[in-house]
Design a protein around this ligand. Structure first.
Ligand SMILES: *Cc1c(COP(=O)(O)O)cnc(C)c1O
Length: 431
């Protein structure tokens, strides 16, 4: 796979370069020069393929020139080690559950594949790869658990003291091995600023082999296409054909992957983008003006994004043509009050407990209201990660998965620092 920058279509970089340097220097985003088309008979027979077989076929069409099939197969079998089931709610509505991985959020797909791709693409003589991540919650857990035990890598996660949920903190701090957590006496923005400063520090860059696990990294996007194909396969098996995907969106990486799958030949009828009140994209599709704004805190906090970083990728997929985008994507936004009502309604009507992000997607699926279609809305996290959101009677109904039960027995190791770059730098150099 060769890639260009959305800011310079003449640029050419290899997959390897795009993996280790998430961003082109021109501040665009990497996009594949060619979007491969999957063989027709693969799509026709897809219902006979397992999730891993589907993932391998899709990965091969994208990365077949970069990674030999037998190695790709090993990476996939290791990365895709949990299912993404489509759970029907009724004849025209279903949930695609993406939260059965180690951190209980869909970001596990991206993080597990990225970690293995990075380890594979490193040369034997390379120094240990030092991955720095700032997190407000979900990304850090997925990255920590995605890289846990991956040879040749070491992860340092910065999180804001007192600002992540209990489960999220446990996921960041109980790993040991090659994962280190730093508790910063500051905000998420402070954490991000410290990481940014580290990448600009000559001494650190000379001493360490630094990289980021940024959510816009192409190796996080690719594995997210796999479950769209797998969900389609499950729907077809269930004799459904007019498939609509509804995606709860923040940075628009998840729906971006769905649209990439669509451009590779996945027969999807329509996409729905669901946001909370951080509604930059719904407003853009309505008014035609893209106006980024400061993010607003909501119950679906992993989608609190006022300037979605992957939106330029989506515009690029549609050659910057807003009319074409509108034909394929409809976007809706919802308030926190709507979100809570959605949670209650899902429970009342379908006996289903959804996380707040998933509830936003459910509401958008309902709003779109094309009963002749089969609408699959994506469930991006397990509800137990957001337990404080639920009314008491629902709280007690939420099953606690084994991944979380195990956390309580583990020791927490966080290294506390002030919001101070020298302290952070000493930590990085001193170990
Ligand atoms: C990150 C995240 C989202 C938003 O995904 P994007 O790819 O940023 O649009 C939605 N739900 C959950 C639970 C998340 O962690």
């Amino acid at each position: 796979m060769n890639l260009y920058s959305t800011n310079n279509k003449n640029l050419r970089v290899s997959f390897k370069e795009a993996v280790f340097n998430s961003f082109p220097a021109d501040k665009g985003l990497y996009m594949p020069v060619e979007i491969p088309q999957l063989p027709k008979d693969f799509i026709t027979n897809i219902k006979n393929y397992s999730f891993r077989e589907i993932a391998l076929e899709v990965a091969q069409s994208l990365l077949g020139k970069d990674i030999p099939k037998k190695d790709l197969k090993e990476i996939i079998n290791d990365a895709v080690n949990f299912d993404a089931p489509v759970v029907p709610l009724n004849d025209h509505l279903a949930v695609l559950e993406l939260f059965h991985g180690p951190s209980l959020a869909f970001k596990d797909f991206g993080a597990r594949f990225m970690s293995r791709a990075m380890a594979y693409l490193s040369d034997a003589q390379d120094k240990v790869l030092d991955i720095l991540v700032a997190t407000s919650g979900d990304t850090g857990g997925a990255v920590a658990l995605g890289f846990l035990g991956v040879k040749g890598t070491r992860v340092t996660i910065l999180y804001p003291k007192g600002k992540v949920s209990k489960i999220q903190e446990q996921q960041l701090t109980t790993n040991g091995q090659n994962i280190r957590a730093i508790e910063v006496d500051g905000t998420f923005d402070d954490c991000q600023a410290l990481v940014k400063e580290a990448f600009n520090d000559p001494e650190l860059n000379e001493t360490l082999r630094l990289t980021s696990a940024n959510s816009i990294n192409i190796s996080r996007l690719i594995p997210q296409t796999f479950y769209y194909f797998h969900a389609y396969a499950q729907a077809v098996k269930n004799e459904k054909t007019e498939i609509v995907f509804c995606v709860p969106s923040g940075n628009f990486g998840n729906i971006g992957a769905g649209l990439l799958a669509y451009k590779m030949g996945l027969p999807v009828k329509h996409f729905i983008a669901a946001t909370n009140v951080n509604d930059t994209v719904p407003l853009f599709l309505k008014n035609g003006t893209y106006l980024p704004k400061p993010s607003v805190q909501t119950l679906s906090n992993a989608m609190d994004v006022g300037n979605p970083s992957n939106w330029v990728r989506i515009m690029d997929l549609f050659d910057l043509n807003i009319e074409e985008v509108r034909k394929t994507i409809t976007a809706y936004s919802f308030t926190d009050q709507n979100t809570l009502e959605g949670i209650k309604e899902l429970y009342r009507k379908y006996n289903y407990i959804a996380c707040p992000h998933t509830s936003v997607a459910y509401l958008a699926a309902k709003e779109y209201n094309h009963p002749e279609d089969y609408t699959i809305f994506l469930s991006t996290a397990h509800p137990c990660k957001f337990i404080d959101v639920y009314p008491e009677d629902l709280k007690t109904q939420i099953a606690i998965p084994e991944q979380v039960q195990r956390l309580d027995d583990k020791k927490s190791h966080a290294h506390p620092i002030k919001n101070n770059f020298e302290e952070f730098k000493d930590f990085l150099l001193g170990s």
